[in-house]
Design a binder for this molecule. Sequence first.
Ligand code: UT7
Length: 322
Amino acid sequence: MIHTRISGTGSYLPGEPVDNASLIAKHQIDSSDDWIVERTGIRQRHLAAAGVTSSDLALEASRRALDAAGRLPADVDLIIVATSTPDYVFPSAAALLQSKLGIINGAAAFDVQAVCSGFVYALNIAEKFIRSGSHKCALVVGAEVFSRILDWKERGTCVLFGDGAGAVVLEAADKPGLLASAFHADGSHHGILSVPGQVCGGVVTGDPFLRMDGQAVFKFAVKVLADVAHEVLAAAGMTADQVDWLIPHQANVRILQATAKRLHLPPEKCVVTVAEHGNTSAASIPLALDTAVRDGRIRRGQNLLLEGVGGGFTWGATLLEY
Ligand code: UT7
């Protein structure tokens, strides 16, 4: 039987961090550091400079993940980039990343668009490719420049998001690895989190900015993150107390705390990077994973529960032995 294991992680954050006070001053937002910290836990975020794209951020994160895995770009036979802010309408950010990495072996490359669940979707898709025997070494990336779709006049959203990328190398292995995964969607909730604009006849029509019903999203997120965590634990025949690290999508520290509580996990078992990164959508889970791997908290052999929720609505989880 073919198993899959993460052989390396990497991440990248553009530029210097921008704290709440600087963001508020720059965009003249009717907000305060106190409100943002108290309601979200966010203290700062990184914002990509003009002209820097998701595939640029993905490139740096991917190089670091490949280094950590001891792999060369030429070893990669599958590239999946999770992003809702790709460089272009097409080609995909994955194809651009392939070009920037100099991969000329014909590796498959495509994007996954599942918003903040995108990385979990991409990881689960890559796992299925590898377990089928069709591919051996996947580069799975979450990369976003959400700052490009923010309405700086809307204080309920513009203070929440940041830019960045995280990547993992997922390889065929003799032993697990990824233990259980699940991913779901319910499109009937599309209206509570969306960017409702489109490109038509060479112009953007409709509304090109992120719109969100924050409270509806909050309630939905807490429920499905608990449900999907229980689903993958049951599928693996494990209980929550066997989880060493919970790594949820980093949207709001209150959602992270509520999720850990519902799983009866102590808050210190939850990796929290939202204070430093803000919400980086599809990049947030691999960014948090790489942060905790590199600072020594996550060690080989530990059980990790990754889970995401986002626009669509989409949600999913992956339980793995690191
Ligand atoms: O990654 C995708 C998933 N996204 C999420 O998971 C986000 C989920 N939602 C949330 O994190 C929270 O709902 C928010 C952080 C977006 C909002 O927090 P909240 O506690 O739900 O606040 P609220 O929307 O109920 O607003 C409370 C008050 C309102 O003022 P009034 O009507 O009570 O006078 C807002 O206008 O806070 C006001 N407000 C702000 N005040 C200062 C909203 N945004 C701000 C702001 N600064 N930035």
